[in-house]
Ligand binder design. Sequence first.
Ligand SMILES: [Zn+2]
Length: 417
Amino acid sequence: MKTLGKYSIGLGDRFGHQGAAQLKAIISASEKGVEITPVWNKSNREHITIGTQPADVRIEADTVTRDAGFKKSYFVDADHINLDTVGRFIESSDFFTIDVASYIGKKATDEEIKEFVGSVEKYEGELSIPGTKLSFKISKDQILQIAEKYLFAAIKAGDIYRNIEKTKGKGNFITEVSMDEVAQSQTPVELFFILKMLASLKIPVQTIAPKFSGRFNKGVDYVGDPKMFAKEFEQDLLIIDYAVREFDLPLNLKMSIHSGSDKFAIYPYIGSIIKKYDKGIHLKTAGTTWLEEVIGLAESGGEALDFVKGIYRGSYEKIDELCAPYADVIDIKIASLPSVKNVSEWNNTKFSASLKHIPGNPDYNPDMRQLIHVAYKLAALQMKDYFRLLESNEQTVSKCVYENIYKRHICRLFDIK
Ligand SMILES: [Zn+2]
């Protein structure tokens, strides 16, 4: 069976030019004794926006690993797929993030619900996790509510899983189930019963992406109380560990953090909690690489700087259209955005410092950063020029990509000095 390493990181590369720089960050971590499995992920939405195919991601991953002589495992993740979109990903992907968000809240049949509730009767009353101080009160009503809210979604996950398994064969791919793109976070008790549902449906889920409280806005830091997050994360981790012991689930099942890039405030907590319990983690960091391309082009100056100023102008003009698909995962204060006229007068240092995620730098502007994060469509509309500039400024751009993944993400999360 294909198994995902203990530590893995989702590397999105929207325009397919930075795979080598991203892999270099993985290799640097390995040289420091931290083995991380790279996973190149791209969602259907990103493919449609840019005009790429899932096969393009496979070609990129195979090429950059071969060129670097990278002999360890790596994966290509069909990110956030459902029954409607999974088809074209099946051949080239070996990691599938089954997104059940849109099915949550829809009800399974009465018989299905009854059967599930009957199968977990023994957890009614008090659920105490052995070896910890953690315990939860669980009523019959609560189990029924959880079944009504999540069982249909779990059944759909099973349908999608079997659809993939039919073609790829059992054990030939990694399965993730994601529930992060919803309004409400799941409680540890909900997570426990969701895992029971997935186990009963024989879905060999290796990573699960719950929704946490606080905001996970794209490309910027965590918004919320990091200590509260830590508590929630620790409880989820312990409940997953318990579920693995209780139900028929893969032993390496671990948490996946979506919109995980740039959440510097919570990395030390994630890092210390997974160390404390000797657990793994999957961190998705897709969009941060596109931002580094923009920063690298800005630093390059000249025509490249003019190009990214054009992206900013375009994004400012089309802000509503660009932000709409990402409403739950961005939070832009329009009044804090610099005017297009101001930006047109900026030099390369000022532009790149405004976007580069260095907390505490007075030039850093998280609102501008989020806007550019969702503006990759504008580069896709001028792909020829964009690729020409990426290629002629490759050194500067790939250095930005590498340093961002390695120094700002990996070193922080895994406490590498
Ligand atoms: Zn996600």
